[in-house]
Design a protein around this ligand. Structure first.
Ligand SMILES: [Zn+2]
Length: 77
């Protein structure tokens, strides 16, 4: 299940899905590429936005979402 998470720094909104505690899939929405300055810079450099994961603030927001129970983490198998 995709859970929307908003970057605490730039406000970019992404969809996150946890497959295991160590594996998070992050799907940038179209707007994130223009909202997050770090992603925008990568996209201008020619990288597809779906591959950019350089926003550290977003990583923090995702970790917070997990702690708050908003982002479900499947148990380790
Ligand atoms: Zn950001």
């Amino acid at each position: 299940m995709n859970t929307p998470v908003v970057c605490g720094e730039c406000g970019a909104r992404v969809l996150c899905e946890k497959f295991s505690p160590a594996h998070t899939q992050v799907q940038w929405t179209g707007d994130a590429a223009t909202t997050c300055p770090r992603i925008a810079a990568e996209v201008r450099a020619g990288r597809p936005s779906a591959r950019v994961r350089s926003c550290a603030a977003l990583g923090t927001s995702i970790a917070a979402a997990v702690l708050e129970g908003r982002l479900e983490v499947p148990a380790d198998v």
